[in-house]
Design a protein around this ligand. Sequence first.
Ligand code: BG6
Length: 485
Amino acid sequence: MNQLLPETAITEDSDFIIFGGSGDLSVRKIFPALFWRFIHSQITENFRLISCVRSIISKDEFVLKFRPYCEEAFSSGVATEDSWQKFIKLIEILELDIVSNVGGDKLYEELKSSLSETRPCVFYLAVAPKLFGASCNLLKKNNLVLPQSRVVVEKPFGHDKESALALNQEILNVFDESQIYRIDHYLGKETVQNLMALRFANVIFETQWNNRYIDHVQITAAETVGVGQRVSYYNSYGALRDMVQNHLLQLLCLVAMEPPSHFDAAQVRNEKLRVLQALRPIKQGDVQTGQYEDYIDELKQDSNTETFVAMKVSIDNWRWAGVPFYIRTGKKMGVRASEIVITFKHRPHDIFSKNNEPDSEEFPNRLVIRVQPQEGLRLHLTSKKPGPGGMRLFPSELNLSFDEAFDERLPDAYERLLMDIARGNQTLFMRSDEVLAAWEYIDSVIDLVGQTKPEIYSANTMGPEDKILKKEGRYWLNPALDEDI
Ligand code: BG6
């Protein structure tokens, strides 16, 4: 598969069938992403987009539901009323009850004409995981599982390793692994893909990318929002299952993996799996949980669910032995930012200090990969302060802001992922063994944390006071606020 597609590469004509078609994910993410790809001509007028809904809704009502999430396309002048009309022509609404299999035959009738061809048929299960098995069975019963069929599932993929195994089995009873696309939307984010470009399309970092030069790595995914309407889902998951098992471990894998020999699905996923398999079981004192102060009021009952977690993760292999990866995520924090900070070791010898006195002004080199918002890279260097007065050093920064550098909108993660599915490219999707290895690790963290009460933290802070890095003479580097970048 050629990964270097031209920007406007047209995707093979496909059918997208969205189960849970009028649900939140579909309305906020899937249809707006399809619209953006349509106005960029990656989706042609030969696509078919079928929104399968349980309670019938008219097409006019449906398009009005997702139109507000497309406003940016209009306000930026990229979309016009004409393109909107052409796009909504591709949409059909179909009544489908997954549990009772009402509507499966109609779906078959709709698709029948193209099933004989090799035209990709993407079934996006934007429904609760408990319906994955029934959805796959419905497709099978109605003869919709063909070699060109693909099935897309979202996280949470299970609640622990055991339930993930069972869920996997339900899908694998119907589809082959090569047809399954498990979405972790973080992998579709531009900066996350750029992390691979940074590491594997440049030579200057690779020689330093190991325990000889790197002191430690920090990964932060901080959100300012609380759990909001999702409180009942969230309460049975918590930050470890909701964010760490997937998004944070995936980021860690991309930082830590060995260079694959090709940028293809099998090789990239093999390398990520190796990282997950090398994670050292966590020990007491290396994980800390928190809960924001009004969580219990939102839930209206007592709960030990963590809305914040910070951990020290160790990777047992030659490259990373002795390099801690500190990861943390939380809701209602003081800043919305996802960032990876690579801190390099101090210089081995300081030629600037006199009489071998330790240099009090030593600023380590740091590479900051800003995943969102204000995507970009910053490299912290040490420079000489201009002017006379000897060699006075001060921290300076090389700043590559993607916004400024590329002068174009960064597409939403779903746009890239949806097009990859249509093209049959699984590189940015999680393979079953990766998901299971991530659960195995997280299950052991959850066992360790057990029923300990998370520490309460005030909203608008960076979570409870650090108890992990401090012991090791380090501290959290808080993401800069947008206006400081
Ligand atoms: C989701 C989690 O997977 O990711 C949410 O379930 C979280 O709890 C969200 O808010 C964060 O995604 P993003 O793209 O806003 O960083």
